[in-house]
Design a protein around this ligand. Structure first.
Ligand SMILES: Nc1nc2c(ncn2[C@@H]2O[C@H](COP(=O)(O)OP(=O)(O)OP(=O)(O)O)[C@@H](O)[C@H]2O)c(=O)[nH]1
Ligand SMILES: [Mg+2]
Length: 224
């Protein structure tokens, strides 16, 4: 519990045995429930997460969005915090994000990796791709978004009732932000965090996922 609110952390994982240990070891005491969605990992992600006290939800169908959609249906907290299983997002920023959510008018906050604090935390290719996608999203939705691809968010669970979340893929990250922006009952704000190099192998396919996510922004904007 944090200031009377029940807190759930949701982490999608595909073969993150190295990162998930580091993430779970740092989860603060006040977190009531940690859900690891194991996306058919072939390594020890599931066993390690269960041993370390997480609730492991298996999801056979691959996909970052699919993992989140499954994980979110199991979350029981009043407030939900998300992050990757690769130890690239700052676990120790959870209380800072909570304090900001409790004081904010918005019911959905996205943690922005920009401005990048540690230069080697992200390759130039990823920086350029991330900026491009964020510029396009900002232009399409008339709203400045610094980090359209961030995977660390904090929101009240009841915000989910107002959002239509469909993507099974990496575009889920854009979709949840757009849904928060479009819904007056939710509201969206960004807050800077520090980001670091991931542990273990990257699952993102930069070119393929980058172009898909770019296409998704247009599809979502104009296919209404
Ligand atoms: N790509 C992908 N990631 C998944 C899937 N299921 C769960 N994940 C998890 O989603 C998170 C995001 O994937 P990453 O490879 O870290 O992608 P990224 O954060 O954009 O790239 P990095 O900045 O290099 O970490 C990780 O915790 C993955 O383990 C899946 O089917 N595909
Ligand atoms: Mg990552």
């Amino acid at each position: 519990m944090y200031k009377g609110k029940k807190i759930t952390v949701v982490i999608p994982c595909l073969n993150e045995e190295e990162g998930i240990q580091k993430v779970l070891a740092q989860i603060p005491e006040f977190v009531d429930e940690t859900i690891v969605v194991d996306n058919n990992s072939t390594d020890k992600t599931g066993q390690i997460a269960a041993q370390m006290g997480a609730k492991v939800i298996p999801e056979q169908i691959l996909g970052y969005g699919r993992a989140y959609k499954t994980g979110l249906t199991h979350a029981q907290g009043d407030i939900i915090v998300t992050l990757d299983g690769d130890h690239s997002y700052p676990v120790d920023a959870i209380s800072y994000l909570l304090e900001n959510l409790l004081r904010s008018k918005a019911r959905f906050l996205s943690a922005s990796r920009f401005p990048i604090r540690y230069r080697d935390a992200m390759s130039l290719k990823h920086k350029v791709g991330n900026h491009l996608l964020s510029v396009v999203m900002s232009a399409l939705y008339f709203r400045r978004v610094r980090d359209s691809q961030s995977g660390m968010w904090i929101f009240y669970k009841d915000a989910l009732q107002h959002m239509k979340l469909e993507s099974n893929a990496m575009a889920f990250s854009e979709e949840i932000k757009i849904e928060a922006i479009l819904n007056k009952a939710v509201g969206f704000e960004e807050i800077p965090i520090s980001y670091s190099n991931r542990a273990g192998e990257i699952k993102l396919q930069p070119w393929k996922d980058g172009f898909r996510n770019l296409g998704y922004l247009f599809k979502k904007r104009f296919a209404r």
